[in-house]
Structures are given as structure tokens and as C-alpha cells.
Design a protein around this ligand. Sequence first.
Ligand SMILES: Cc1ncc(COP(=O)(O)O)c(C=O)c1O
Length: 490
Amino acid sequence: MYHQAIFDEPNILDLKGRRTIKIPHEDEKFKIDVPAIMRRQTTGIGDREEFSIIRHYVKLSEMNFGADSGFYPLGSCTMKYNPKINDEIASLEGFRMIHPLQSSNEVQGALKLLYELTESLKKITGMDAITLQPLAGASGEFTGLSIVRDYFECTKQIDCRREVVVPDSAHGSNPASSRMAGFDVVQIPSTSDGTVDMQKFKEAVTEKTAAFMITNPNTLGIFEDKIVEMANYAHSRGALLYYDGANLNGIMTKTTPAKMGFDIVHLNLHKTFSTPHGGGGPGAGPVGVVEKLKDFLPYPQVTFDGTKYHCDYIPPKTIGKVASFYGNFGVLVRAWTYIKMMGEDGLRDACDTAVLNSNYMRKKMQEFMPVPGKAIKKHEFVASSMGANMPKAGDIAKHLIDNGVHAPTIYFPLIVPEALMIEPTESATKSEMDLFIETVRQTLKLPHETFEKEPVNLKVTRIDDVDASKNPRPSLRLVREQREPLQQVI
Ligand SMILES: Cc1ncc(COP(=O)(O)O)c(C=O)c1O
């Protein structure tokens, strides 16, 4: 029987103990003339002694589940194990204590690392130039689409090219980033085999199209085998092709976005390249482009003159900066370490094993629940609990978590009803996958009343989904603002 650690832990601001931080206005010596209403009673970040804070976070970590705790099959997120050597290298004093305003003479090693990472990613994607600056996949998307916008501005076509075409299987960040970059979104349907409907694609891609944006393998884990035909067609209409690289783990070293015909690529280093995946950050989403777009990349770019590394190159038509300095440097160090450690053979092996694991699970799970779309999948697949008398996907997920098995992504992609999106990655062992499969198989046999109160073995029990989405309070500050007058908490 599984039981997660459960502590009755207050939030950090309510921790009991000795205060160790004094706010200047509390001290006569530093008395400053700040109006009472603007004075903080607390720093808002917790001000207890070190051991209380450490114990607090250790307890929180014990009430959590991560890629270090076990199998984590969150589809579309590529939650592979992050080797500890990544952290060791990133913790070396020379990297940890570096300051972005140091002169390039003092940080040649760091610049060399950034340069080498750029070269590796160019090879992996087939692109001609890369920026390491964006902070996550979605940040990379916004960067790439801003490049599309500026390119068409420069070529004086922006007034007629206002549209980005995306398949209905796309991740929500694709249409969102397109809108943020100022485009209208045109959605095209998928066929019953889970790939883009070519007829609808050709109707949608016109002289008004700025870009066609797609991930391949797509979010059903299916390789879009007409991708070259699509790329040629989109190019013949004057559009650019954007590759959402979230699913690169399924094709890495086998082919490249460049070979498929793409002009712009983002990579989620926190997925494929084993760096921490922190819910929108701290991640890294480098963007690669073909030759004709390289003058639009963000600045600064690291260059090498054969003897020395420099970090002051500003591409002539740059879209500007999308993050400060070089982006998330510590994350870039981890990705560099992973790529160096794996080498080309290791990356190929990771891709092979991820795809093999996914198809092993898909084949076994197909015995007791539908897996829509083409049979052979790449690194992930989507099962559906839409069948007769099956529990809802949300109930299956809660039951799994309650039994110590991490749930897959649910209700995405939107085109599959009651979707369970499963991505074992290359890190999963056969026994972990078998345990997952068997737990889902047994879950489907349970009477539906079983699920009504689950989860019961976790700190966070069943939440009110409707209240959570209609009335979200996603930060401690919002929760406290409801409880206390505003001036107490700012
Ligand atoms: C297919 C796809 N595209 C884009 C993104 C956005 O990436 P990020 O979470 O790094 O912003 C995700 C995230 O899971 C994704 O699965």
C-alpha cells in the first residue's frame, strides 16, 4: 500500500521560529520616512533561521514526486532522468560564481561552452545559426515567430501575410505565441489516422500565410510522413516553416528539421537535453534558423575568431533581446554536459530506446484500451478511456497517483477524448513500465464509486476542478490577499 509523506506544514510565511531578517524601518538607526501604509511588516519571502527553512523545504520535497522519485510518463513533457553530473558541472565554482558583466577575457571558458553548445545544436537540427537566449519552449516560439514577423516586414509582405497555420493537434502554446507575435491563427484538422489532413492543409496555406507551425512527431507521437510535401507546398506559397522541437527526442540523430524543410526551430533543452523542467522555467528554448533568417536573431551572439571567443556580435536586423544576457546559463551548462557525455551514439541510443519503450507500452495497453491513430508511434502515444464503462481520464490519473504511480498527461491533445498521453522516455525500465501498465489495467476494472474521493493517500486530496479553473489563486500572495488587508502583504 502506497502512502506519500504527509506533513501538516504551514506556508513559509507562517513558519514558527526566530526571525533572522530585520526590516530597516523596525530599527531606530535606519528609521526612514516611509508612510505607514507602504511599510512592509514582512519581507514576504520568509525570514526564519536557516534550519527552519531547510526543514520546511525538505518536508515539501518529501510530499512531492519527481523524475528522481520514479517513472514519470508525462506525455509531451519528456521527463527523462536528469543525470547528476549535469548539476556537478553546473556547480563548478567557475560557472556558479560567474557574473554576466565580466569582460570576455575573464570568461573564455564559459563563452567556449556556449559556442560549443551552439555548434552541437546546429548539427542536431541542421540549422545555420542558433540563439541560446529564450527561456523555455514557449519563449522560443515567441522568438521564432517574432523573427517571422520581422522577416516579412523587411521583405515588405507583412501587410498581406498575417496568418500562422497550425494543426488541431498542436500544443496550446503554438497558437498563443502566434497571437502574441501579432498573427491570426488558422487551425487545420487531422484525419482519423492522426496526421494533418493534406486537403485542408492546401486550402489553408495561401499567399496570406506567414508560417506553417507544426511539431513532428506530432502530439499523438505519430511521424507526419508527408512533411516534405507540406514543406515544399508551404514554400511554394511563400510561407516559412516553423518546427516545434518539443518532440525532438523521437527523431534526434535520425533526421533533422532542416532535412524536413523547416526554416525555424525551437528546442526545449529541459526536455530532450535533460535539464530541469520547471513548469515554464527555469528552462531554455534555443531557436535555430536557416541562413536567410540569421540576421534577425536576438543579440548578443557568441563568436570565435580562431583564437578568442567574443560575445558582442549584434546581428544587423536583430529582433532585440528576449531575455537578459545569454538566457539561463546554468541550464545551458547542463545541456552541454549531457550532449558531451552522450556523444552522437548516446543520443541515437536515447532516441531508439525512447521509441522502443513507447511502442512496448502502446502495444500492451492497446490490449485493453483504444490508442487512436496510426499503429506505430515514436516517443509517445495517446490512449483514450472513452470506451464503454471506462473511468474518466482524470479519475484514472488520480487513482494512479494515489497508488504511487505517476499519472500521464491527461486531456491533451484536445483531439482525443479522455486522452491519456504517455511518454516513458529512454529512462524507464521494463519493470516500471509493466507496473504502470498493470496499474492502469486494474484501474479500468474498478467500480466508478472507487474514484469519487481519490486521492486519499496524498497531502493534496481531491480538488474542486471547476473552482480551481474558474477561480484560480495560483500564488501565495493572492491567497493571502484574500485573507488579509493588502498593505500587510506587499
Ligand atoms: C508540443 C509542445 N510544444 C511546446 C511546448 C511549450 O514548451 P515549454 O513548456 O518549454 O514552454 C510544449 C510543452 O510541454 C509542448 O509539449
